[in-house]
Design a protein around this ligand. Structure first.
Ligand SMILES: Nc1ncnc2c1ncn2[C@@H]1O[C@H](COP(=O)(O)OP(=O)(O)OP(=O)(O)O)[C@@H](O)[C@H]1O
Ligand SMILES: [Mg+2]
Length: 555
């Protein structure tokens, strides 16, 4: 029988699951529970918030909502009977994943109420129309109950990298030859990347330049437990998600630590301020301002169905259109102005358009092409989008390539330090190594949105299959060194149910870049997002159901 995990549901009866994976927690990355640390100054999120009504707080926080409080059982079946669970009350003093068992229901209740009152919500997939109509069928976003501890020095390192990556993206985006050549072999076997490159090539033919360039990026990192080094997983240049909700999770955790910090031995000031939403909104507003047409709008390009709409609404509530709607309603004036619904679009902010699924017909491709030709500021432009492909990440990691784009040697050194091993599959030596020890690698196609990477034994099988098919298909992938972060026991809350499990975390640092010709108007680190997933899961997507939103506690 494996280790016992407490699952506490907001329904009256708690559930106990047996989880063999929840074993190791000694790590660099540990849940903040029980960690005492030096304090430092942090800034509050700038958004205005309503204070939570005291009466509601005490009612929701009362353990009366659960006649059977959570408890740790020594050994139990998967869903032990109610009597059996309640019989374990005698161990109420036990520590549950560093949270005293008696405190868990109260913290959970507080967190769930706080989420509902403060907009930490997503559309509930079980409710029809929740992906289309705001205010219908909301459920709290999945979150970790307490922040995860993170070394201050590595946090600083990750923050420092943001403006350097911003600049790198901008420089690389201007080198069309580099982009086209690096992705040349990929396009032969990957139609989606091929279509993006076609748009890019057409812009070159039209001599189209982007004088005002806006990037809203998120660079993702994992801490490797063996080397204790921070490695970049990837850089997202399109549709970087959760600037709205990630910021709220930091606030949730600070709020919980303000209330329960004494009992937990934690201080809310350990959670750094998270400015993601206000800084991204600022970047969009500055770009709009630079366009210099007071009647113009910011257009958010969305999917036909979007359960993560509230994350987007935190940034902009103005005009939202799908690619298909842009195709049918948008027009391009002879002078390059992009208009939709009779209004001029200053900024196009893409929260769709990064995956082949976003282009089910030619209509969506026409819309993308139309917007790209226009004088609207695209976030991202087709060039910025291509810079964020995994193939370009791998090309940039080759010796002497960063030097083509950046002058500052210190900056180059800082970037290189966070690059994991990255290889093209044209390299036969590395191909052999991957076949021998597939568990040390991740095989990645040119895709975004999670769920596409290949891990473990599947790496060997996929490579063997691609080789048998003649090897052409190998160009669709890159190979990456697999990073193994340390795991920590975590309380993961999804659908009102709290489950304790062994989990690993991935830190995303947001960065915004705005340039108008030679003037850099903004180049900043803009807050962060921690995502935490059970150790047994390879992929990390929150929306895809693999991970929960989290924040950090600096140590
Ligand atoms: N080298 C690696 N080592 C360990 N895990 C990895 C590695 N690369 C990716 N992963 C895991 O797979 C997830 C998805 O990988 P990646 O970010 O490269 O793909 P994506 O489809 O672009 O995802 P996203 O939707 O986050 O942009 C990551 O969040 C991480 O959990
Ligand atoms: Mg990505």
């Amino acid at each position: 029988m494996g280790r016992v995990v407490v699952v506490w549901s907001f329904s009256p009866s708690p559930t106990v699951l047996s989880d063999p994976a929840a074993a190791s927690s000694s790590s660099l990355l540990r849940r903040a529970g029980g960690v005492k640390t030096a304090h430092f100054h942090s800034q509050p999120c700038r958004r205005e918030r309503r204070a939570r009504p005291v009466a509601m707080s005490s009612a929701a926080g009362s353990s009366s909502s659960s006649p059977c409080p959570p408890a740790v059982l020594a050994e139990a079946g998967e869903t032990g009977g109610r009597e059996e669970r309640c019989a374990s009350r005698s161990v109420s003093d036990a520590i549950v994943g560093d949270i005293p068992a008696g405190l868990l229901p109260e913290i959970l209740s507080e967190a769930l109420v706080w989420s509902a009152l403060h907009g930490l919500v997503v559309g509930d997939r079980n409710v029809p129309r929740s992906g289309n109509i705001p205010g219908v069928g909301m459920v709290h976003a999945p979150f970790a109950l307490l922040p995860v501890s993170f070394p201050k020095s590595l946090w600083r390192q990750a923050c420092e990298l943001a403006p350097i990556f911003n600049e790198l993206v901008d420089r690389v985006s201007l080198d069309s030859k580099f982009l086209q050549e690096s992705l040349f072999r990929t396009r032969e076997v990957d139609t989606f990347t091929g279509r993006l490159l076609d748009i890019h090539a057409k812009m070159l033919e039209l001599n189209k330049t982007e004088d005002i360039r806006l990037g809203l990026h998120r660079s993702d990192y994992m801490l490797d437990s063996a080397t204790k080094r921070l490695y970049q997983i990837e850089l997202n240049t399109i549709s970087a998600s959760f600037p709205g909700l990630g910021c709220l999770v930091s606030e949730l955790h600070r709020n919980l630590l303000n209330q329960f910090g004494k009992q937990l031995g934690l201080d809310s000031r350990g959670v750094p301020g998270n400015t993601s939403v206000s800084r991204f909104a600022e970047a969009l507003a500055k770009a709009w301002n630079e366009y210099n047409d007071s009647s113009s709008i910011v257009l958010v390009v969305i999917k036909p169905e979007e359960h993560n709409m509230y994350d987007q609404y935190w940034l902009s509530t103005i005009i939202r259109k799908t690619l298909a709607e842009v195709d049918s309603e948008g027009e391009l004036l002879p002078d390059g102005t992009f208009r939709i619904g009779g209004r001029t679009v200053a900024v196009v902010y893409f929260r769709s358009g990064y995956s082949p699924n976003d282009y089910p017909s030619e209509s969506e491709w026409r819309a993308r092409f139309l917007m790209e030709q226009s004088s609207a500021i695209k976030c991202p432009s087709i060039s910025y989008h291509l810079v964020g492909t995994k193939k370009i990440q791998q090309e940039l990691a080759k010796p002497n390539v960063l030097e083509r784009f950046l002058d500052n040697k210190d900056d180059i050194e800082k970037l290189r330090k966070c690059f994991a091993g990255l290889w093209s599959l044209e390299d036969s030596e590395i191909l052999e190594k991957a076949m021998e020890s597939p568990e040390s690698f991740v095989l990645k196609p040119q895709r975004e949105g999670g769920g596409n990477n290949v891990y473990g034994e599947d790496v060997r099988e996929t490579l063997a299959k691609l080789q048998q098919e003649g090897g052409r298909g190998l160009a669709a992938y890159i190979l990456m060194q697999r990073i193994f972060p340390a795991s920590a026991l975590t309380h993961l809350v999804r659908d009102g149910t709290c489950r304790r499990d062994s989990a690993i975390s991935e830190l995303g640092i947001y960065g915004a870049y705005l340039r108008s010709k030679d003037k850099v108007l903004m180049n900043d680190q803009c807050g962060y997002l921690m995502r935490t997933k059970v150790s047994s899961s390879n992929e990390g997507g929150v929306a895809a159901g693999f991970a929960v939103l989290d924040s950090i506690y600096l140590t």
